[in-house]
Design a protein. Structure first.
Length: 247
């Protein structure tokens, strides 16, 4: 995927639906070229074509979501890795930013990674010096996460120094929120046990409230995001005792 196609994806992510005319004007290429790009992106499963334009293909597939705001997510992951010391055990929940966090942690010495996400475990399969503990549970086919009672039992028997958690939304009234109720149960369980909770998310999630609340700011130690975070949300989090790190 080239840079223009990434730019198209980010515009669709921001506006949910865009026209060929708008994309052509923004990117300075012909409508024919834009249609070719949209056809490619639809074939890859990122978008859906509609009359005169395209809409985002809403999916929980990590590899699909990773391309959105990729540069911001990569910087967030690299910043997150600086919070981990050699020899620590960390739990990485799920999500596209967390998949990049897992990759960034490979440079650390003697760490162990726990995850309830098959995609993240698979990303680490070639790094034989890094032990990976994959939690059991009910497998969610699209997100590749493991959820349910068995997952909670696994967490009960493990100790870790910190947990990295991705979110689908944040608002000052609802806190950190997500779309999936079963994942939300596991995330809240992880946060309750972890000595340190680190939320990693790009700024597009702020100002959004999703179906269910994971936890409030009082349960979070760090939020790592990009400079697009609204100033009032940053102030609100810091007033609640959260350290906000910007990339």
């Amino acid at each position: 995927m080239h840079e223009r196609q990434k730019a198209i994806l980010n515009l669709i992510l921001e506006q949910k639906e865009v026209s060929v005319t708008l994309l052509s004007e923004r990117l300075g290429v012909s409508g024919v070229t834009i249609r070719q790009d949209l056809n490619y992106l639809e074939e890859q499963g990122f978008i859906k074509r509609v009359h005169g334009g395209a809409v985002l293909n809403e999916t929980d597939d990590i590899s699909t979501r990773m391309v959105f705001n990729y540069k911001q997510k990569l910087k967030i992951a690299q910043k997150a890795a600086t919070l981990v010391e050699d020899g620590e055990t960390v739990l990485i929940e799920a999500g596209s930013t967390n998949a990049l966090v897992a990759r960034a942690l490979i440079e650390k010495k003697g760490i162990t990674i726990i995850t309830p996400n098959v995609f993240i475990a698979r990303e680490l399969r070639e790094y034989l010096d890094t032990p990976v503990v994959l939690l059991g549970g009910l497998y969610q086919h699209q997100s590749e996460s493991l959820v349910g009672k068995i997952t909670k039992l696994c967490i009960d028997h493990l100790n870790f120094h910190k947990a990295f958690i991705g979110v689908d939304g944040f608002s000052q009234t609802a806190g950190f929120t997500g779309k999936d109720m079963m994942r939300a149960e596991i995330i809240a369980y992880i946060a309750a046990k972890s000595p340190q909770v680190i939320v990693v998310t790009d700024s597009s999630k702020f100002g959004k409230t999703q179906l269910t609340t994971y936890f409030g700011p009082q349960d979070v130690d760090y939020v790592i995001t990009d400079e697009g975070i609204p100033a009032d949300d940053k102030t609100f989090l810091e007033a609640a005792g959260v350290t906000v790190l910007l990339t």
